[in-house]
Design a protein around this ligand. Structure first.
Ligand SMILES: [Zn+2]
Length: 541
């Protein structure tokens, strides 16, 4: 999920608007500190986060601590960057018996190390903190804490911080390329509320001050923006899925008064898992289980605990993003956010600039799900219809190293690109083996977008480099130009990157246009099949 730009979807696509280039973005030093692997980060690797947070709905505050377990990868520069966003305050930072000093550089804590950190050594450091974390007013599109009430007026609390980052509410190395190998999430709440976080519930402890601590534990690497607090009046029911790796537990956490509705709607989780295991390989977190947790915001791909706020309706908030009817046959949030368990969570990009690996594949997964339910034409109809949401206002991939996220076209244009690649490969089993191969090759890893591109090129047997270049790094839509001579039709690509070659189906056959004119039997009208996201233009001879 991201959908920063989805709010604009209701606007008709305007070609004129698309031609306007936005002013170049200005990135600050703070963006670099946040988004790059700087010297105070690169020397250490987070191995385990032991997070404890007490949530106080009465004044929208939190208080807690995180013990960061880490391994020194190389000689430290004497400083350690830990991220904790303002306005949260640090109470103390301790390593062993040492109280550490630090200076704040915006949202980064630059901690002065007092003891040597030997290369290869495993160490711990604990940050104690408190304050009123940033309030999310438009979650999940902004980030922070959602403090709201359910329809019975009882407190309902959630977190969402994709993009903004986990450091909005806990101290962490807020850098996508470094995931802990496992994590504890211990959330303390007033007794009346129940917390549901990622992984499995290990213990529930009633404290003597009217609070209860829920200790959740994730046994796998987790991207930190997925670490969640969900507190409310939940009901719980379970199911099992017989999957590729055996028995997978399914746990569902609707609000108590939605239990019956959820028992119907959440049946889609099993058909989703069946479809995605077929196309992508085993669900990545058998040991942590699969969960859907009702949230006051629309949804987020929180690992092994998908946040669900689609109000038990099919479509995307009751709408069909494709405009074809296909998108109303299933629950967008169950399908899209769960697809991120493979694309985003199992393999996570190292830099937000490559977020297309999360969103293009999750969008493409929607069309595969439509296909699993209703056949190949349904999937194609959905992906073709969804192209109406493409804006071509900015390239999908922005600047690296500054936590920039790329354009909203990473959804529909990225999905359209993947759909074309499947057709060009022309062998569904090979395409499936490529998708599954990405998942198994980079299992539980962080990746660059380039690694994924290279994998597809190598294992599909087709060099898609110019296709990636065109669709991910420019806003130009390829134009298939054609013109007639006395005896022939000539055709070529225009509005394309250098050396652009992409086969395309037109008039019932494959063409392999390049930037040079090629010839075919004369036709008055060249019609490209709708699966291809290109334009066609007849030009004067
Ligand atoms: Zn998404």
């Amino acid at each position: 999920m991201r959908f920063h730009r989805l709010a604009l979807l209701a606007l008709p696509f305007s070609a004129a608007l698309a031609q306007q280039q936005p002013p170049a973005k200005v990135y600050t030093n703070a963006d670099s500190i946040r988004g790059s692997n700087g010297r105070a980060r690169a020397w250490w690797d987070a191995t385990f986060y032991d997070l404890h947070v007490t949530v106080n709905p009465a004044d929208s505050s939190i208080r807690g601590w995180n013990t960061i377990h880490y391994k020194a990868l190389k000689q430290s520069p004497g400083i350690m960057q830990i991220d904790l966003q303002e306005p949260l305050d640090v109470d103390s930072i301790r390593q062993g018996s040492d109280y550490m000093t630090m200076h704040r550089d915006g949202n980064a804590l630059m901690v002065i190390l007092q003891s040597s950190q030997k290369t290869g050594e495993n160490r711990e450091i604990t940050v104690y903190y408190h304050g009123k974390p940033r309030v999310a007013r438009r979650a999940p599109w902004d980030g922070g804490f959602v403090w709201t009430a359910d329809s019975l007026g009882r407190p309902w609390i959630a977190t969402a911080d994709e993009g903004l980052g986990a450091s909005v509410y806990w101290p962490v190395k807020d850098y996508l390329a470094d995931e802990p190998d496992s994590q504890r999430i211990a959330i303390t709440l007033p007794d009346s509320l129940q917390d549901v976080s990622n992984g499995r519930l290990r213990s529930t402890k009633h404290n003597d001050n009217g609070t209860t601590t829920y200790e959740w534990f994730v046994t796998n690497p987790i991207n930190t923006y997925n670490v969640e607090v969900n507190a409310g009046h939940y009901a719980h029911f379970s199911d099992e899925f017989a999957g590729e790796k055996g028995k997978l537990t399914l746990d569902f956490w609707p609000l108590d008064y939605h239990l019956d509705t959820a028992k119907v709607q959440f049946k889609q989780a099993s058909s989703m898992l069946k479809c995605f295991e077929h196309w992508f390989g085993p669900y990545p977190w058998y040991s942590d289980g699969y969960k859907l947790i009702e949230t006051p915001h629309l949804g987020m791909e929180h690992q092994s605990g998908v946040a669900y706020g689609n109000k038990y309706k099919n479509g995307y908030s009751g709408r069909d993003l494709s405009g074809t009817g296909e998108g109303m046959k299933w629950d967008f949030i169950i399908v899209h956010e769960s697809a991120h368990e493979w694309w985003g969570n199992n393999i996570t990009v190292k830099d937000h600039a490559d977020m297309w690996v999360h969103e293009s594949f999750a969008n493409y997964a929607e069309n595969l799900y439509a296909e699993c339910q209703d056949g190949k034409q349904a999937g194609a109809t959905y992906v073709i219809g969804s192209r109406r949401n493409i804006k071509n206002d900015e390239p999908i991939i922005p600047k690296y190293g500054v936590n920039a996220e790329g354009s909203g076209d990473m959804y529909y244009k990225g999905g359209a690109m993947l759909h074309m690649m499947r057709l060009i490969i022309g062998n569904d089993e090979k395409w499936r083996s490529v998708l599954r191969g990405i998942q198994s090759t980079f299992y539980h890893q962080t990746v660059t977008g380039k690694q994924v591109e290279d994998y597809i090129n190598k294992n599909s047997g087709i060099d898609f480099s110019p296709v990636f270049e065109q669709y991910l790094r420019t806003t130009k839509v390829p134009v298939l130009e054609y013109k007639n001579s006395a005896t022939q039709t000539l055709y070529r690509w225009n509005n394309v990157v250098d050396d652009f070659e992409m086969p395309v189906r037109a008039n019932g056959r494959w063409l392999t246009p390049s930037s040079e004119w090629q010839t075919m039997a004369k036709t008055d009208s060249l019609i490209v099949e709708p699966d291809f996201y290109v334009e066609v233009k007849k030009v004067e001879p």
